[in-house]
Design a protein around this ligand. Structure first.
Ligand code: F6R
Length: 608
Protein backbone atom coordinates (compact mmCIF):
# COMPACT_ATOMS: atom_id res chain seq x y z
CA UNK A 1 0.00 0.00 0.00
CA UNK A 2 1.87 3.07 -1.28
CA UNK A 3 5.66 3.03 -1.27
CA UNK A 4 8.14 5.75 -0.38
CA UNK A 5 11.80 6.02 -1.30
CA UNK A 6 14.17 8.94 -0.80
CA UNK A 7 17.88 9.35 -1.51
CA UNK A 8 20.57 11.92 -0.84
CA UNK A 9 24.20 11.19 -1.66
CA UNK A 10 26.96 11.17 -4.22
CA UNK A 11 25.14 9.19 -6.93
CA UNK A 12 22.36 10.25 -9.27
CA UNK A 13 19.13 10.03 -7.27
CA UNK A 14 16.54 9.21 -9.97
CA UNK A 15 17.82 5.71 -10.91
CA UNK A 16 18.09 4.83 -7.21
CA UNK A 17 14.55 6.07 -6.57
CA UNK A 18 13.19 4.05 -9.50
CA UNK A 19 15.08 0.97 -8.40
CA UNK A 20 13.89 1.38 -4.80
CA UNK A 21 10.30 1.84 -5.93
CA UNK A 22 10.54 -1.31 -8.03
CA UNK A 23 11.34 -3.22 -4.82
CA UNK A 24 8.15 -1.84 -3.29
CA UNK A 25 5.90 -2.69 -6.24
CA UNK A 26 4.62 -5.70 -4.32
CA UNK A 27 2.85 -3.34 -1.93
CA UNK A 28 0.31 -2.51 -4.64
CA UNK A 29 -0.01 0.83 -6.50
CA UNK A 30 -1.66 2.47 -9.46
CA UNK A 31 0.61 5.45 -10.19
CA UNK A 32 4.15 6.54 -9.44
CA UNK A 33 6.24 9.67 -9.30
CA UNK A 34 9.62 11.08 -8.34
CA UNK A 35 11.01 14.53 -7.55
CA UNK A 36 14.70 15.40 -7.84
CA UNK A 37 16.56 18.60 -6.97
CA UNK A 38 18.47 19.53 -10.14
CA UNK A 39 20.75 22.18 -8.63
CA UNK A 40 18.17 24.91 -9.02
CA UNK A 41 14.67 23.52 -8.79
CA UNK A 42 12.85 20.48 -7.49
CA UNK A 43 11.53 18.79 -10.64
CA UNK A 44 8.76 16.22 -10.55
CA UNK A 45 7.63 13.50 -12.98
CA UNK A 46 4.60 11.30 -12.53
CA UNK A 47 2.84 8.59 -14.41
CA UNK A 48 -0.23 6.46 -13.91
CA UNK A 49 0.00 2.69 -14.26
CA UNK A 50 3.11 0.64 -13.78
CA UNK A 51 6.48 1.98 -12.72
CA UNK A 52 7.80 0.97 -16.12
CA UNK A 53 5.91 3.92 -17.62
CA UNK A 54 7.72 6.32 -15.30
CA UNK A 55 11.06 4.72 -16.10
CA UNK A 56 10.36 5.12 -19.82
CA UNK A 57 9.23 8.71 -19.35
CA UNK A 58 12.45 9.62 -17.55
CA UNK A 59 14.75 7.35 -19.62
CA UNK A 60 15.44 5.32 -16.51
CA UNK A 61 15.96 8.50 -14.55
CA UNK A 62 18.53 9.99 -16.97
CA UNK A 63 16.33 13.02 -17.74
CA UNK A 64 16.17 13.94 -14.08
CA UNK A 65 19.71 14.80 -12.99
CA UNK A 66 20.47 15.51 -9.34
CA UNK A 67 21.68 13.73 -6.24
CA UNK A 68 18.72 14.28 -3.91
CA UNK A 69 15.18 13.10 -4.46
CA UNK A 70 12.02 11.44 -3.20
CA UNK A 71 9.78 8.91 -4.94
CA UNK A 72 6.41 7.28 -4.43
CA UNK A 73 4.13 4.53 -5.65
CA UNK A 74 0.52 5.47 -4.94
CA UNK A 75 -2.38 3.16 -4.12
CA UNK A 76 -5.36 5.47 -4.62
CA UNK A 77 -7.44 6.38 -1.59
CA UNK A 78 -8.42 10.05 -1.96
CA UNK A 79 -9.03 10.66 -5.66
CA UNK A 80 -8.76 8.34 -8.64
CA UNK A 81 -5.41 7.17 -10.04
CA UNK A 82 -4.29 10.15 -12.18
CA UNK A 83 -1.23 12.28 -12.81
CA UNK A 84 -2.71 15.08 -10.68
CA UNK A 85 -3.28 12.79 -7.74
CA UNK A 86 0.05 10.94 -8.04
CA UNK A 87 2.82 12.00 -5.66
CA UNK A 88 5.06 13.97 -5.14
CA UNK A 89 2.81 16.90 -4.29
CA UNK A 90 4.10 20.45 -4.22
CA UNK A 91 3.31 23.79 -2.66
CA UNK A 92 2.31 26.44 -5.17
CA UNK A 93 5.76 27.75 -6.08
CA UNK A 94 7.17 24.21 -6.09
CA UNK A 95 9.75 24.89 -3.41
CA UNK A 96 8.47 22.08 -1.17
CA UNK A 97 7.84 18.52 -2.36
CA UNK A 98 6.09 15.80 -0.37
CA UNK A 99 5.44 12.09 -0.71
CA UNK A 100 3.03 10.49 1.74
CA UNK A 101 1.74 7.11 2.88
CA UNK A 102 -1.27 6.93 5.17
CA UNK A 103 -4.37 9.05 5.50
CA UNK A 104 -4.72 12.59 6.81
CA UNK A 105 -8.12 12.26 8.44
CA UNK A 106 -8.81 15.96 9.00
CA UNK A 107 -7.69 16.96 5.51
CA UNK A 108 -11.05 18.44 4.48
CA UNK A 109 -11.04 20.80 7.44
CA UNK A 110 -7.43 21.77 6.76
CA UNK A 111 -8.09 22.16 3.05
CA UNK A 112 -10.96 24.54 3.76
CA UNK A 113 -8.80 26.64 6.07
CA UNK A 114 -5.94 26.74 3.58
CA UNK A 115 -8.32 27.65 0.76
CA UNK A 116 -9.50 30.60 2.86
CA UNK A 117 -5.86 31.69 2.93
CA UNK A 118 -5.75 31.59 -0.88
CA UNK A 119 -4.01 28.24 -1.24
CA UNK A 120 -5.00 26.48 -4.48
CA UNK A 121 -5.28 22.77 -4.84
CA UNK A 122 -4.66 20.80 -8.01
CA UNK A 123 -5.43 17.29 -6.72
CA UNK A 124 -8.12 15.46 -4.76
CA UNK A 125 -5.60 14.03 -2.33
CA UNK A 126 -5.20 14.49 1.39
CA UNK A 127 -1.43 14.71 0.82
CA UNK A 128 -1.53 18.02 -1.01
CA UNK A 129 -2.80 19.58 2.21
CA UNK A 130 0.52 18.65 3.84
CA UNK A 131 2.52 20.41 1.11
CA UNK A 132 0.52 23.62 1.53
CA UNK A 133 0.51 23.40 5.30
CA UNK A 134 4.30 23.08 5.27
CA UNK A 135 4.42 26.13 3.05
CA UNK A 136 2.18 27.99 5.50
CA UNK A 137 4.38 27.21 8.48
CA UNK A 138 7.76 27.41 6.76
CA UNK A 139 9.66 30.51 7.82
CA UNK A 140 13.16 29.28 7.02
CA UNK A 141 13.38 26.41 9.50
CA UNK A 142 12.15 23.06 8.09
CA UNK A 143 12.08 21.24 11.44
CA UNK A 144 9.92 23.96 12.91
CA UNK A 145 7.51 23.76 9.96
CA UNK A 146 7.39 19.96 10.11
CA UNK A 147 6.67 19.83 13.86
CA UNK A 148 3.92 22.43 13.44
CA UNK A 149 2.36 20.32 10.70
CA UNK A 150 2.62 17.24 12.92
CA UNK A 151 0.59 19.04 15.55
CA UNK A 152 -2.10 19.99 13.05
CA UNK A 153 -2.66 16.81 11.08
CA UNK A 154 -4.68 13.87 12.37
CA UNK A 155 -4.44 10.35 11.02
CA UNK A 156 -1.50 8.32 9.85
CA UNK A 157 1.48 9.37 7.82
CA UNK A 158 4.93 8.52 6.62
CA UNK A 159 6.30 11.54 4.79
CA UNK A 160 9.35 12.22 2.66
CA UNK A 161 9.91 15.95 2.26
CA UNK A 162 12.30 18.25 0.36
CA UNK A 163 12.73 22.01 0.64
CA UNK A 164 14.34 23.84 -2.27
CA UNK A 165 16.02 26.20 0.18
CA UNK A 166 17.70 23.20 1.86
CA UNK A 167 18.78 21.26 -1.20
CA UNK A 168 21.28 18.92 0.45
CA UNK A 169 18.71 17.44 2.80
CA UNK A 170 15.84 14.94 2.72
CA UNK A 171 13.40 14.99 5.65
CA UNK A 172 11.29 12.06 6.84
CA UNK A 173 8.65 11.76 9.52
CA UNK A 174 6.11 9.15 10.50
CA UNK A 175 3.08 8.35 12.59
CA UNK A 176 1.38 4.94 12.30
CA UNK A 177 2.77 4.25 8.85
CA UNK A 178 6.11 2.48 8.49
CA UNK A 179 9.29 4.29 7.46
CA UNK A 180 12.94 3.36 7.72
CA UNK A 181 16.21 5.16 7.15
CA UNK A 182 19.12 3.38 5.46
CA UNK A 183 22.69 4.45 6.13
CA UNK A 184 24.53 3.78 2.87
CA UNK A 185 28.19 4.09 1.88
CA UNK A 186 27.75 6.82 -0.70
CA UNK A 187 24.51 8.29 0.58
CA UNK A 188 21.49 7.86 2.82
CA UNK A 189 18.00 6.64 2.04
CA UNK A 190 14.47 6.57 3.35
CA UNK A 191 11.94 3.90 2.46
CA UNK A 192 8.67 2.44 3.58
CA UNK A 193 10.17 -1.05 3.63
CA UNK A 194 13.57 -2.70 3.85
CA UNK A 195 13.74 -4.29 0.33
CA UNK A 196 13.99 -0.80 -1.21
CA UNK A 197 17.33 -0.08 0.46
CA UNK A 198 18.90 -3.55 0.64
CA UNK A 199 20.95 -3.02 -2.50
CA UNK A 200 22.66 0.00 -0.90
CA UNK A 201 22.85 -0.86 2.78
CA UNK A 202 21.89 -3.31 5.49
CA UNK A 203 22.28 -0.73 8.19
CA UNK A 204 18.86 0.75 8.98
CA UNK A 205 17.08 2.86 11.58
CA UNK A 206 13.40 2.20 12.27
CA UNK A 207 11.75 5.60 12.64
CA UNK A 208 9.24 5.50 15.48
CA UNK A 209 5.98 7.38 15.78
CA UNK A 210 6.35 11.16 15.72
CA UNK A 211 10.07 11.07 15.05
CA UNK A 212 11.74 13.13 12.36
CA UNK A 213 14.82 12.04 10.41
CA UNK A 214 17.05 14.56 8.68
CA UNK A 215 19.32 13.03 6.04
CA UNK A 216 22.25 14.67 4.32
CA UNK A 217 24.85 13.01 2.11
CA UNK A 218 26.94 12.01 5.11
CA UNK A 219 24.81 12.43 8.22
CA UNK A 220 21.53 11.30 9.73
CA UNK A 221 20.00 13.18 12.65
CA UNK A 222 16.77 12.46 14.50
CA UNK A 223 14.37 14.81 16.28
CA UNK A 224 11.22 14.37 18.33
CA UNK A 225 7.95 16.18 17.79
CA UNK A 226 9.20 19.04 19.97
CA UNK A 227 12.13 19.57 17.62
CA UNK A 228 14.68 18.21 20.14
CA UNK A 229 17.50 16.05 18.83
CA UNK A 230 17.30 12.39 19.89
CA UNK A 231 19.69 9.47 19.58
CA UNK A 232 18.73 6.22 17.86
CA UNK A 233 20.36 2.83 17.47
CA UNK A 234 20.64 1.34 14.02
CA UNK A 235 19.84 -2.31 13.27
CA UNK A 236 21.66 -4.65 10.91
CA UNK A 237 19.38 -6.42 8.44
CA UNK A 238 20.54 -9.98 8.04
CA UNK A 239 18.35 -11.00 5.11
CA UNK A 240 20.06 -12.34 2.11
CA UNK A 241 19.54 -9.89 -0.78
CA UNK A 242 18.11 -12.82 -2.74
CA UNK A 243 15.30 -12.95 -0.24
CA UNK A 244 13.85 -9.88 -1.92
CA UNK A 245 14.53 -11.15 -5.49
CA UNK A 246 12.73 -13.79 -7.53
CA UNK A 247 15.81 -16.02 -7.75
CA UNK A 248 14.77 -17.60 -11.04
CA UNK A 249 11.15 -18.30 -10.10
CA UNK A 250 8.49 -16.94 -12.41
CA UNK A 251 6.69 -15.24 -9.53
CA UNK A 252 7.41 -14.29 -5.95
CA UNK A 253 4.38 -16.30 -4.90
CA UNK A 254 5.83 -19.48 -6.38
CA UNK A 255 9.20 -18.79 -4.79
CA UNK A 256 7.58 -18.12 -1.44
CA UNK A 257 5.52 -21.30 -1.62
CA UNK A 258 8.78 -23.17 -2.17
CA UNK A 259 10.32 -21.42 0.81
CA UNK A 260 7.68 -22.84 3.13
CA UNK A 261 9.69 -25.85 4.32
CA UNK A 262 12.50 -23.51 5.38
CA UNK A 263 10.11 -21.02 6.94
CA UNK A 264 8.45 -23.73 8.99
CA UNK A 265 11.83 -25.11 10.06
CA UNK A 266 13.16 -21.65 10.98
CA UNK A 267 10.08 -20.86 13.04
CA UNK A 268 10.07 -24.23 14.81
CA UNK A 269 13.69 -25.13 15.39
CA UNK A 270 14.84 -22.35 17.73
CA UNK A 271 11.85 -23.11 19.95
CA UNK A 272 12.27 -26.86 20.30
CA UNK A 273 14.92 -27.96 22.78
CA UNK A 274 15.45 -31.43 24.22
CA UNK A 275 11.94 -32.53 23.41
CA UNK A 276 10.31 -29.45 24.92
CA UNK A 277 8.85 -26.17 23.65
CA UNK A 278 10.90 -23.16 24.76
CA UNK A 279 9.44 -19.79 23.83
CA UNK A 280 11.70 -17.41 25.69
CA UNK A 281 10.18 -14.31 24.17
CA UNK A 282 6.78 -15.22 25.67
CA UNK A 283 7.96 -13.92 29.03
CA UNK A 284 5.08 -15.62 30.88
CA UNK A 285 5.54 -17.69 34.02
CA UNK A 286 3.89 -21.12 34.27
CA UNK A 287 1.57 -19.60 36.83
CA UNK A 288 0.48 -16.89 34.41
CA UNK A 289 -0.09 -19.47 31.67
CA UNK A 290 -2.14 -21.62 34.06
CA UNK A 291 -4.28 -18.65 34.96
CA UNK A 292 -5.24 -17.64 31.41
CA UNK A 293 -9.03 -17.45 31.41
CA UNK A 294 -9.57 -16.89 27.72
CA UNK A 295 -7.53 -16.23 24.60
CA UNK A 296 -8.67 -13.64 22.08
CA UNK A 297 -7.06 -14.03 18.67
CA UNK A 298 -7.33 -10.96 16.51
CA UNK A 299 -6.14 -10.59 12.92
CA UNK A 300 -7.15 -9.84 9.32
CA UNK A 301 -7.38 -11.95 6.16
CA UNK A 302 -5.17 -15.01 6.03
CA UNK A 303 -3.72 -14.25 9.44
CA UNK A 304 -7.29 -14.45 10.75
CA UNK A 305 -7.65 -17.84 9.08
CA UNK A 306 -4.64 -19.15 10.98
CA UNK A 307 -6.37 -17.81 14.07
CA UNK A 308 -9.49 -19.84 13.28
CA UNK A 309 -7.30 -22.96 13.06
CA UNK A 310 -5.58 -22.00 16.30
CA UNK A 311 -8.93 -21.78 18.07
CA UNK A 312 -9.50 -25.48 17.38
CA UNK A 313 -5.98 -26.32 18.49
CA UNK A 314 -5.95 -24.25 21.69
CA UNK A 315 -9.39 -25.45 22.69
CA UNK A 316 -8.83 -29.04 21.70
CA UNK A 317 -5.31 -29.47 23.01
CA UNK A 318 -5.01 -26.96 25.87
CA UNK A 319 -8.71 -26.68 26.76
CA UNK A 320 -8.54 -22.87 26.86
CA UNK A 321 -11.58 -21.04 25.52
CA UNK A 322 -10.71 -18.97 22.45
CA UNK A 323 -12.52 -16.20 20.63
CA UNK A 324 -11.28 -15.28 17.16
CA UNK A 325 -12.06 -11.84 15.80
CA UNK A 326 -11.47 -9.94 12.63
CA UNK A 327 -9.46 -6.95 13.79
CA UNK A 328 -11.75 -4.52 11.99
CA UNK A 329 -14.66 -5.87 14.06
CA UNK A 330 -12.85 -6.31 17.34
CA UNK A 331 -11.70 -2.71 17.50
CA UNK A 332 -15.24 -1.33 17.41
CA UNK A 333 -17.27 -3.92 19.29
CA UNK A 334 -16.14 -2.99 22.79
CA UNK A 335 -14.97 -6.55 23.50
CA UNK A 336 -15.27 -7.92 27.02
CA UNK A 337 -11.70 -8.46 28.15
CA UNK A 338 -10.66 -9.51 31.62
CA UNK A 339 -7.40 -9.27 33.47
CA UNK A 340 -6.50 -12.92 33.04
CA UNK A 341 -7.19 -12.93 29.31
CA UNK A 342 -4.50 -12.98 26.66
CA UNK A 343 -4.93 -11.14 23.38
CA UNK A 344 -2.90 -12.56 20.49
CA UNK A 345 -2.53 -10.30 17.46
CA UNK A 346 -1.32 -12.10 14.34
CA UNK A 347 0.19 -10.11 11.50
CA UNK A 348 2.77 -10.75 8.81
CA UNK A 349 3.53 -7.08 8.20
CA UNK A 350 3.02 -5.91 11.76
CA UNK A 351 1.56 -2.75 10.24
CA UNK A 352 -2.04 -3.67 9.39
CA UNK A 353 -4.03 -0.65 10.58
CA UNK A 354 -6.98 -2.60 12.00
CA UNK A 355 -4.76 -5.14 13.78
CA UNK A 356 -2.68 -2.35 15.27
CA UNK A 357 -5.81 -0.53 16.44
CA UNK A 358 -7.13 -3.78 17.96
CA UNK A 359 -3.84 -4.23 19.80
CA UNK A 360 -4.10 -0.71 21.19
CA UNK A 361 -7.70 -1.34 22.23
CA UNK A 362 -6.62 -4.45 24.15
CA UNK A 363 -3.77 -2.57 25.81
CA UNK A 364 -6.09 0.27 26.71
CA UNK A 365 -8.24 -2.28 28.51
CA UNK A 366 -5.22 -3.47 30.47
CA UNK A 367 -4.99 -6.98 28.99
CA UNK A 368 -1.74 -8.82 28.22
CA UNK A 369 -0.93 -8.80 24.53
CA UNK A 370 1.23 -11.04 22.40
CA UNK A 371 2.08 -10.26 18.78
CA UNK A 372 2.85 -13.07 16.33
CA UNK A 373 4.61 -10.98 13.73
CA UNK A 374 6.93 -11.49 10.77
CA UNK A 375 8.45 -8.07 10.21
CA UNK A 376 11.04 -7.27 12.84
CA UNK A 377 10.67 -3.81 14.36
CA UNK A 378 7.18 -3.27 12.88
CA UNK A 379 4.55 -1.34 14.84
CA UNK A 380 2.75 -4.39 16.25
CA UNK A 381 6.07 -5.98 17.18
CA UNK A 382 7.06 -2.85 19.05
CA UNK A 383 3.78 -2.14 20.75
CA UNK A 384 2.66 -5.61 21.86
CA UNK A 385 3.74 -6.55 25.40
CA UNK A 386 5.52 -9.59 23.97
CA UNK A 387 6.37 -10.60 20.45
CA UNK A 388 6.93 -14.01 18.93
CA UNK A 389 8.49 -13.68 15.49
CA UNK A 390 7.67 -15.95 12.58
CA UNK A 391 10.93 -16.35 10.75
CA UNK A 392 9.54 -16.26 7.21
CA UNK A 393 11.84 -13.53 5.88
CA UNK A 394 10.50 -10.88 3.52
CA UNK A 395 7.24 -11.85 1.83
CA UNK A 396 6.82 -9.95 -1.41
CA UNK A 397 3.82 -11.52 -3.19
CA UNK A 398 0.63 -9.84 -2.06
CA UNK A 399 -1.01 -13.20 -1.40
CA UNK A 400 0.57 -14.67 1.68
CA UNK A 401 1.83 -18.24 1.68
CA UNK A 402 5.03 -18.68 3.67
CA UNK A 403 4.08 -16.21 6.41
CA UNK A 404 0.75 -18.04 6.73
CA UNK A 405 2.59 -21.34 7.20
CA UNK A 406 4.94 -19.78 9.73
CA UNK A 407 2.04 -18.31 11.68
CA UNK A 408 0.40 -21.72 11.90
CA UNK A 409 3.42 -23.43 13.40
CA UNK A 410 4.02 -20.55 15.84
CA UNK A 411 0.44 -21.04 17.04
CA UNK A 412 0.88 -24.83 17.34
CA UNK A 413 3.97 -24.28 19.48
CA UNK A 414 2.10 -21.93 21.77
CA UNK A 415 -0.79 -24.37 22.10
CA UNK A 416 1.57 -27.25 22.99
CA UNK A 417 3.34 -25.07 25.54
CA UNK A 418 0.09 -23.93 27.14
CA UNK A 419 -1.38 -27.44 27.09
CA UNK A 420 1.66 -28.89 28.84
CA UNK A 421 1.91 -26.17 31.47
CA UNK A 422 -1.79 -26.57 32.23
CA UNK A 423 -1.43 -30.32 32.58
CA UNK A 424 -3.64 -31.14 29.61
CA UNK A 425 -0.98 -33.18 27.83
CA UNK A 426 1.86 -35.35 29.08
CA UNK A 427 5.54 -35.06 28.31
CA UNK A 428 5.24 -38.10 26.06
CA UNK A 429 2.46 -36.44 24.12
CA UNK A 430 4.56 -33.27 23.80
CA UNK A 431 7.39 -35.31 22.32
CA UNK A 432 5.03 -36.97 19.87
CA UNK A 433 3.57 -33.61 18.80
CA UNK A 434 7.03 -32.15 18.31
CA UNK A 435 8.09 -35.12 16.26
CA UNK A 436 5.12 -34.58 13.99
CA UNK A 437 5.86 -30.86 13.74
CA UNK A 438 9.45 -31.54 12.77
CA UNK A 439 8.29 -33.78 9.95
CA UNK A 440 6.20 -30.98 8.41
CA UNK A 441 8.96 -29.32 6.33
CA UNK A 442 9.76 -32.56 4.54
CA UNK A 443 6.10 -33.34 4.03
CA UNK A 444 5.51 -29.86 2.58
CA UNK A 445 8.45 -30.45 0.23
CA UNK A 446 6.84 -33.66 -0.89
CA UNK A 447 3.53 -31.93 -1.60
CA UNK A 448 5.28 -29.18 -3.53
CA UNK A 449 7.09 -31.75 -5.63
CA UNK A 450 3.70 -32.99 -6.78
CA UNK A 451 2.88 -29.67 -8.41
CA UNK A 452 2.43 -30.97 -11.98
CA UNK A 453 -0.66 -32.93 -11.05
CA UNK A 454 -2.26 -29.88 -9.49
CA UNK A 455 -1.16 -27.68 -12.37
CA UNK A 456 -2.84 -30.09 -14.75
CA UNK A 457 -6.04 -30.00 -12.72
CA UNK A 458 -5.93 -26.19 -12.37
CA UNK A 459 -5.69 -25.80 -16.15
CA UNK A 460 -9.15 -27.37 -16.42
CA UNK A 461 -10.61 -24.68 -14.18
CA UNK A 462 -9.14 -21.45 -15.50
CA UNK A 463 -12.57 -20.48 -16.79
CA UNK A 464 -14.56 -21.44 -13.71
CA UNK A 465 -17.17 -18.92 -12.64
CA UNK A 466 -17.72 -20.01 -9.03
CA UNK A 467 -15.77 -22.33 -6.78
CA UNK A 468 -16.78 -23.49 -3.32
CA UNK A 469 -14.51 -24.72 -0.55
CA UNK A 470 -16.03 -26.83 2.19
CA UNK A 471 -14.90 -28.59 5.33
CA UNK A 472 -15.69 -29.07 9.00
CA UNK A 473 -13.68 -27.95 12.02
CA UNK A 474 -10.08 -27.25 11.08
CA UNK A 475 -11.00 -28.27 7.55
CA UNK A 476 -13.37 -25.31 7.46
CA UNK A 477 -10.51 -23.00 8.46
CA UNK A 478 -8.39 -24.52 5.67
CA UNK A 479 -11.28 -23.97 3.25
CA UNK A 480 -11.47 -20.29 4.18
CA UNK A 481 -7.83 -19.82 3.29
CA UNK A 482 -8.12 -21.93 0.11
CA UNK A 483 -11.04 -19.80 -1.02
CA UNK A 484 -9.30 -16.50 -0.25
CA UNK A 485 -6.17 -17.57 -2.13
CA UNK A 486 -8.20 -18.43 -5.21
CA UNK A 487 -10.36 -15.33 -5.36
CA UNK A 488 -7.63 -12.83 -4.58
CA UNK A 489 -5.23 -13.91 -7.29
CA UNK A 490 -7.52 -15.36 -9.98
CA UNK A 491 -10.57 -13.08 -9.55
CA UNK A 492 -12.82 -16.14 -9.67
CA UNK A 493 -15.72 -15.88 -7.28
CA UNK A 494 -15.30 -18.38 -4.49
CA UNK A 495 -16.72 -19.02 -1.06
CA UNK A 496 -15.85 -21.15 1.90
CA UNK A 497 -18.57 -22.93 3.78
CA UNK A 498 -18.74 -25.13 6.83
CA UNK A 499 -19.77 -28.35 5.10
CA UNK A 500 -22.73 -28.88 7.43
CA UNK A 501 -24.05 -25.41 6.63
CA UNK A 502 -24.48 -25.94 2.89
CA UNK A 503 -28.02 -27.17 3.21
CA UNK A 504 -29.03 -23.91 4.81
CA UNK A 505 -28.87 -21.96 1.59
CA UNK A 506 -25.62 -22.28 -0.29
CA UNK A 507 -26.38 -25.59 -1.94
CA UNK A 508 -28.87 -23.79 -4.19
CA UNK A 509 -25.86 -22.30 -5.99
CA UNK A 510 -24.56 -25.70 -7.06
CA UNK A 511 -25.05 -26.38 -10.76
CA UNK A 512 -23.88 -29.04 -13.18
CA UNK A 513 -20.06 -28.89 -13.15
CA UNK A 514 -19.61 -26.40 -10.26
CA UNK A 515 -16.23 -27.06 -8.72
CA UNK A 516 -16.25 -27.78 -4.99
CA UNK A 517 -12.99 -28.33 -3.12
CA UNK A 518 -13.75 -30.45 -0.08
CA UNK A 519 -11.19 -30.73 2.70
CA UNK A 520 -11.31 -33.86 4.86
CA UNK A 521 -8.36 -34.16 7.21
CA UNK A 522 -10.21 -34.65 10.51
CA UNK A 523 -10.87 -38.34 10.97
CA UNK A 524 -13.81 -37.86 13.36
CA UNK A 525 -15.58 -35.63 10.83
CA UNK A 526 -14.63 -37.58 7.74
CA UNK A 527 -17.86 -39.52 7.30
CA UNK A 528 -19.96 -36.42 7.94
CA UNK A 529 -18.19 -34.50 5.20
CA UNK A 530 -18.46 -37.47 2.82
CA UNK A 531 -22.24 -37.25 3.25
CA UNK A 532 -22.05 -33.59 2.29
CA UNK A 533 -19.95 -34.49 -0.76
CA UNK A 534 -22.61 -36.95 -1.86
CA UNK A 535 -25.24 -34.23 -1.51
CA UNK A 536 -23.09 -32.02 -3.73
CA UNK A 537 -22.23 -34.52 -6.43
CA UNK A 538 -25.84 -35.59 -6.70
CA UNK A 539 -26.63 -31.98 -7.61
CA UNK A 540 -23.98 -31.91 -10.33
CA UNK A 541 -20.93 -30.60 -8.43
CA UNK A 542 -17.47 -31.73 -9.46
CA UNK A 543 -15.68 -32.48 -6.21
CA UNK A 544 -11.95 -32.16 -5.62
CA UNK A 545 -11.15 -33.75 -2.27
CA UNK A 546 -8.06 -33.06 -0.19
CA UNK A 547 -7.67 -35.75 2.41
CA UNK A 548 -5.20 -37.81 4.43
CA UNK A 549 -3.20 -40.56 2.77
CA UNK A 550 -4.99 -43.84 3.25
CA UNK A 551 -8.55 -42.47 3.06
CA UNK A 552 -9.02 -44.16 -0.30
CA UNK A 553 -12.69 -44.71 0.34
CA UNK A 554 -13.17 -41.09 -0.69
CA UNK A 555 -12.58 -42.08 -4.30
CA UNK A 556 -16.09 -43.47 -4.44
CA UNK A 557 -17.57 -40.07 -3.58
CA UNK A 558 -15.20 -37.45 -4.98
CA UNK A 559 -14.16 -36.88 -8.60
CA UNK A 560 -10.52 -36.00 -8.03
CA UNK A 561 -8.46 -36.67 -4.91
CA UNK A 562 -5.29 -35.16 -3.50
CA UNK A 563 -3.74 -36.99 -0.59
CA UNK A 564 -1.67 -35.31 2.09
CA UNK A 565 0.82 -37.21 4.25
CA UNK A 566 -0.21 -38.38 7.72
CA UNK A 567 0.29 -35.95 10.56
CA UNK A 568 -1.37 -35.18 13.84
CA UNK A 569 -4.97 -33.99 13.46
CA UNK A 570 -4.11 -30.52 14.83
CA UNK A 571 -1.43 -29.87 12.21
CA UNK A 572 -3.18 -30.89 8.99
CA UNK A 573 -3.71 -27.29 7.87
CA UNK A 574 0.02 -26.97 7.26
CA UNK A 575 -0.17 -29.73 4.66
CA UNK A 576 -3.65 -29.42 3.17
CA UNK A 577 -3.11 -25.77 2.32
CA UNK A 578 -0.18 -26.54 0.00
CA UNK A 579 -2.20 -28.09 -2.86
CA UNK A 580 -4.80 -25.36 -2.48
CA UNK A 581 -2.11 -22.67 -2.78
CA UNK A 582 -0.71 -24.40 -5.86
CA UNK A 583 -4.18 -24.72 -7.36
CA UNK A 584 -4.87 -20.98 -6.94
CA UNK A 585 -1.45 -20.10 -8.29
CA UNK A 586 -1.84 -22.15 -11.47
CA UNK A 587 -5.40 -20.95 -12.08
CA UNK A 588 -4.14 -17.38 -11.76
CA UNK A 589 -1.22 -18.03 -14.14
CA UNK A 590 -3.58 -19.78 -16.58
CA UNK A 591 -5.88 -16.76 -16.61
CA UNK A 592 -2.98 -14.40 -17.21
CA UNK A 593 -3.54 -12.53 -13.95
CA UNK A 594 -0.91 -10.49 -12.19
CA UNK A 595 -0.14 -13.21 -9.64
CA UNK A 596 2.12 -11.21 -7.35
CA UNK A 597 0.23 -7.96 -7.53
CA UNK A 598 -3.46 -8.71 -7.90
CA UNK A 599 -5.68 -5.79 -8.79
CA UNK A 600 -6.99 -3.55 -6.02
CA UNK A 601 -4.91 -5.27 -3.36
CA UNK A 602 -1.98 -4.08 -1.29
CA UNK A 603 0.52 -6.09 0.69
CA UNK A 604 0.43 -4.07 3.82
CA UNK A 605 -2.97 -2.56 4.58
CA UNK A 606 -1.97 0.48 6.56
CA UNK A 607 -5.29 2.28 6.19
CA UNK A 608 -8.54 1.37 7.85
C1 F6R B 1 -4.10 -12.72 1.81
C2 F6R B 1 -3.34 -11.79 2.61
C3 F6R B 1 -4.09 -10.87 3.50
C4 F6R B 1 -3.32 -10.65 4.81
C5 F6R B 1 -4.04 -9.58 5.64
C6 F6R B 1 -3.33 -9.33 6.95
O1 F6R B 1 -3.27 -13.52 1.02
O2 F6R B 1 -2.14 -11.72 2.54
O3 F6R B 1 -5.37 -11.35 3.76
O4 F6R B 1 -3.24 -11.85 5.50
O5 F6R B 1 -4.09 -8.38 4.92
O6 F6R B 1 -2.04 -8.85 6.76
P1 F6R B 1 -0.96 -8.92 7.90
O7 F6R B 1 -0.70 -10.35 8.22
O8 F6R B 1 0.23 -8.21 7.34
O9 F6R B 1 -1.56 -8.21 9.09
Amino acid sequence: MCGIVGYIGKSQAAPILLDGLSKLEYRGYDSAGIAVYDGEHIRGQKSIGRLKALSELTHDGATMPGTAGIGHTRWATHGAPSNENAHPHFNEDETIAVVHNGIIENYLKLKKKLAEKEYHFVSDTDTEVVAHLLDYYYKGNPIEAITKVMHRVEGSYALGIMFREHPGIVYAVRKDSPLIVGHGKDGNLIASDVPAVLKYTRNVYFIQNEEIAVLSEDSITFYNVDGEEIQKESSAIDWDINAAEKAGYEHFMLKEMYEQPKTVRDTLNPRIRDGAVVIEELGMTDEEISQIRKIHIVACGSAYHTGVTAKYVFEGMARIPVEVDLASEFRYRNPILQEQDLVIIISQSGETADSLAALREAKRKGVKTLGIVNVVGSSIAREADKVMYTWAGPEIAVATTKAYSAQLVAEYLLAIKFAQVRGEITETEVRAYLKDLQKLPEQIEMLLSNKERIQHFANRYVSARDVFFVGRGIDYAISMEGSLKLKEISYIHSEAYAAGELKHGTISLIEEGTLVAAVLTQEDLYKKTISNIVELTSRGAFVLAVTNAGNTEIEKAADYVIYIPQTNRWFTNSLAIIPLQLFSYYVSVGRGCDVDKPRNLAKSVTVE
